[in-house]
Design a protein around this ligand. Structure first.
Ligand SMILES: C=C1C[C@]23C[C@@]1(O)CC[C@H]2[C@@]12CC[C@H](O)[C@@](C)(C(=O)O1)[C@H]2[C@@H]3C(=O)O
Ligand SMILES: O=C(O)CCC(=O)C(=O)O
Ligand SMILES: [Fe+2]
Length: 363
C-alpha cells in the first residue's frame, strides 16, 4: 500500500459514502463506444454527446506506451513522502498537489492528485522529477491531439465549421487547458449499507470537453438521463470523453454535461490512477449557443457569459452544485434533482471519527 502522511488539517475529513451504481451491467452497456477513425465517426460522436454526454473512444492513434509510462512515473511520484510532493508541486490552489481536499469549498474525497496547467507547448510544472515531467509532456501532447480530433468530429456532427471548437481550445493562445492526475489508493474503510467510500464526489466538468484515461482499476460512474448511476468499465486502451458545461451551452442544451463520480477502490482492488485533460478556452471567450446550431427563432437557454466569468463562479461552488443554474434563463433547462435516488447519511459522514483518524494515518 502507498503510505501517505496526510497534512493534519485533512486528517479529520468526513468521508462521504457513495451508494452503489444502480444501473448494473445494463448501465455499463449503455456507454457508447466510438471508433474515432471510422467513417461516420462524426455522427456517432454527436449522437453519444446528445444521448449520454459521454463515450469511450477507440482507434485514437495514441500508442499504449504513452499512458503506461505516465502511469509508472505518476505512481512513483505518489509513493513519495507527502512533504516531498508538496515541495515539488506546491499545495493545490487550485493548481499543484492536493490530498483528500478538492477545490477550496470543503469538498473531500479518498484521493490525492496533481492539477496542472497546460501552456502553449508544455505542462507548467516547477520542479517535478524530470522523468515524470517528460512522461507528462508526452502524454499531454498526445491527449491534446485526441481532444482536437474529438472537437473536430463534434463540430462536423453539429454542422459547424470543422475547426471552430478545436480552435477555441487546443493550443489556443491564452487558453485554459488543464491536466489532472488522480490517485485513489485502496480504501480500508467500509461504508455502511450498500455503499462505497467516495473517491471523487459527483459533479460535472465546467470546461468544453474532458478526455480521461485510467488504469484498469474501476471506480468511475456516470449518471444516466434516467437518474441511474452506470459503472464505466475501465479500459486502458481507450479514452473516455465527456461533455462539459461549456459545450452544453455552446449547443444550447443539445449536448448535456454528464454528472460523474468515482468510488474509491476497496482493499485488495489496487490503486486507481486516472489522467484527465480538461479542454477549456480563453477567459475572454464568449460562451453562447453557436448561431449555426440554432433553429430559426430559437432562443438561448442561457444568459451570455465568458469562460473567465463562468470559471470564477464555478470555483466558488461545491462539487455537486448545479453550476449552470445561475446562468439559465428559464426553467426549460431544468436539472433533475441533484439528490441521489438512494438516501445519503444525514450527517454526510459515514465513518465514526475515531475510525477516520485511524484510516487517515494508514492512507
Ligand atoms: C469543488 C471544486 C473543485 C473544482 C472547482 C470546484 O469549486 C467546482 C468544480 C471542480 C472541478 C471539476 C472538474 C475538474 O476536476 C476541476 C479541475 C475543474 O475545473 O472543476 C475541478 C475543480 C478543482 O479541483 O479545483
Ligand atoms: O478520476 C476519475 O476517474 C474522474 C475524476 C474527475 O472526474 C475529475 O478529475 O474531474
Ligand atoms: Fe470530472
Amino acid at each position: 500500500m502507498v503510505a501517505i502522511t496526510a497534512p493534519s488539517s485533512v486528517d479529520q475529513i468526513p468521508l462521504m459514502r457513495c451508494p452503489k451504481a444502480n444501473a448494473g451491467q445494463a448501465g455499463a452497456a449503455a456507454i457508447p463506444c466510438v471508433d474515432l477513425s471510422a467513417p461516420g465517426a462524426a455522427a456517432a460522436v454527436a449522437e453519444a454527446c446528445r444521448s449520454v454526454g459521454f463515450f469511450r473512444a477507440t482507434n485514437h492513434g495514441v500508442p499504449a506506451g504513452v499512458a503506461d509510462a505516465l502511469e509508472s512515473r505518476a505512481m512513483a511520484f505518489f509513493a513519495l513522502p507527502a512533504q516531498d510532493k508538496l515541495d515539488m508541486s506546491g499545495a493545490a490552489r487550485p493548481l499543484g498537489y492536493g490530498s483528500k481536499s478538492i477545490g477550496s469549498n470543503g469538498d473531500v474525497g479518498w484521493l490525492e492528485y496533481l492539477l496542472l496547467s497546460v501552456t502553449a507547448n508544455s505542462v507548467k510544472i516547477s520542479s517535478l522529477p524530470p522523468s515524470l515531467r517528460q512522461a507528462l509532456e508526452e502524454y499531454t501532447a498526445a491527449v491534446r491531439e485526441v481532444g482536437g480530433r474529438v472537437l473536430e468530429l463534434i463540430a462536423e456532427g453539429l454542422g459547424v465549421d470543422r475547426a471552430l471548437l478545436r480552435g477555441m481550445v487546443v493550443g489556443r493562445e491564452g487558453g485554459d487547458e488543464l491536466v489532472r492526475v488522480n490517485h485513489y489508493p485502496p480504501c480500508p474503510l467500509r461504508a455502511p449499507g450498500d455503499c462505497g467510500v467516495t473517491g471523487f464526489g459527483e459533479h460535472t466538468d465546467p470546461q468544453i470537453i474532458s478526455v480521461l484515461w485510467s488504469n484498469c482499476t474501476a471506480g468511475l460512474q456516470i449518471k444516466l438521463r434516467d437518474g441511474r448511476w452506470a459503472p464505466v468499465p475501465p479500459d486502458p486502451e481507450s479514452f473516455f470523453v465527456n461533455v462539459g458545461d461549456s459545450l452544453q451551452v455552446l449547443t444550447n442544451g443539445r449536448f448535456r454535461s454528464v454528472k460523474h463520480r468515482v468510488v474509491a477502490p476497496a482493499e485488495g482492488a489496487g490503486s486507481r490512477l486516472s489522467v484527465i485533460y480538461f479542454g477549456g478556452t480563453a477567459p475572454s471567450q464568449r460562451i453562447a449557443p453557436l448561431p449555426q446550431v440554432m433553429r430559426d427563432g430559437e432562443q438561448s437557454l442561457y444568459r451570455e457569459f465568458t469562460w473567465g466569468e463562468y470559471k470564477r463562479a464555478a470555483y466558488k461552488t461545491r462539487l455537486a452544485d448545479h453550476r449552470l443554474g445561475p446562468f439559465e434563463l428559464r426553467a426549460a433547462s431544468s436539472e433533475p434533482a441533484a439528490a441521489d435516488p438512494q438516501p445519503h447519511c444525514s450527517s454526510g459522514t459515514c465513518m465514526p471519527q475515531q475510525q477516520q483518524q485511524q484510516v487517515a494515518k494508514v492512507y
